[in-house]
Design a protein around this ligand. Structure first.
Ligand SMILES: O=C(O)CCC(=O)C(=O)O
Length: 311
């Protein structure tokens, strides 16, 4: 049998899909403003960040079609693969982790200069890739993603210095199941896992009355295809059903600050351990956790004028 090529061995772009900045000035053009960084700090998310142009969206959609075929010759490289992860038999949620190892476009998405720069600003640190995800809801019967905090799935890594970038591959609207957020919920502290695609509201059983009230302030984040929303690892978010006549497909890049280490002693059940796990105490690195942005390497350490979280 032919060996299956695993793109994880490449820690640099394989295609020219994403033009890389070649000057300090180019990097600065991509940076969030200090107002945007403040919004992230206050709300726990920042939306409407352009990541992909029209051609890049088309290219990734074609690659996604291939990845959604369970007979893809490299399907075994996925960390996790669910043709349908919905607990409701009447709705469908395609969810998969690890596409970056399989198709070049999704591999190179990690190296999007916008994602690299914005992650640096929001983590205020050198940035490492954590893992990727695909969330796709078919027309008419796309499932919910229940309200949750991402870090509840990630306690096997410490300290909490994580970030999620969700990229729309279709226009994401209220009708087709765009993400919803509870502003300020990143200050609630960590809540337990209560299911990915079952009851939309199951997390509520763990909330106090004031947190339940905060749900009245939930915000729908509608995005154009190619735009992204970045969120904090404790920000409460979820998405409702797709009842529209078009699909709602999203790609996710999850990131960590360089130095986050492996804590498998804290693995806690389904959905929390399907990653390449490193020994207890070892910093994330090696084949599966490439360094994506190092301010010394990319900016020669000249970071004046770049707004960072916590400044
Ligand atoms: O795509 C969705 O609806 C959910 C995405 C999500 O929960 C995440 O990226 O953390």
């Amino acid at each position: 049998m032919d060996s299956i090529e695993d793109l994880a061995i490449y820690h640099q772009p394989i295609t020219d899909t994403f033009e890389q900045p070649d000057s300090h000035e180019d990097w600065l053009q991509l940076a969030l403003s200090s107002e945007q960084v403040k919004t992230f700090e206050q709300q726990g998310f920042i939306a409407g960040i352009p990541v992909l142009d029209g051609d890049q969206v088309q290219y990734l959609r074609q690659q996604l079609d291939r990845l959604m075929d369970p007979n893809h010759p490299r399907n075994s490289l996925f960390y996790e693969y669910h043709v349908d992860e919905s607990e409701d038999p009447d709705t469908v949620l395609f969810h998969a982790l690890g596409g970056w190892r399989i198709e070049k476009g999704f591999h190179d998405l990690l190296f999007s200069p916008v994602i690299r720069m914005v992650s640096y600003q929001l983590l205020a640190s050198a940035v490492r890739f954590f893992h990727d995800q695909l969330f796709c809801k078919p027309p008419q019967h796309g499932a919910v993603v229940s309200w949750h905090q991402d870090f509840s799935y990630w306690t096997w890594t410490q300290p909490m210095a994580h970030l999620t970038c969700w990229i729309a591959l279709d226009d994401a609207t209220r009708n087709n199941g765009c993400l919803h957020y509870i502003p300020g919920s990143h200050r609630w502290g960590l809540l337990p896992v209560t299911g990915l695609s079952g009851e939309m509201d199951s997390v509520r059983e763990n909330l106090d009355p004031s947190q339940k009230q905060d749900f009245d302030r939930q915000v729908a984040v509608e995005l154009h295809a190619g735009e992204a929303v970045f969120h904090h690892p404790l920000t409460m978010h979820g998405s409702f059903q797709n009842i529209s006549s078009s699909p709602r497909r999203g790609a996710v890049v999850n990131l960590v600050a360089d130095g986050v280490w492996s804590n498998p002693e804290a693995l806690q059940g389904p959905g929390t351990g399907n990653f390449p796990i490193l020994p207890q105490g070892e910093s994330l690195g090696g084949e599966f956790y490439p360094l994506l942005f190092d301010p010394q390497r990319e900016l020669s350490g000249e970071i004046d004028g770049i707004p960072l979280v916590g400044q």
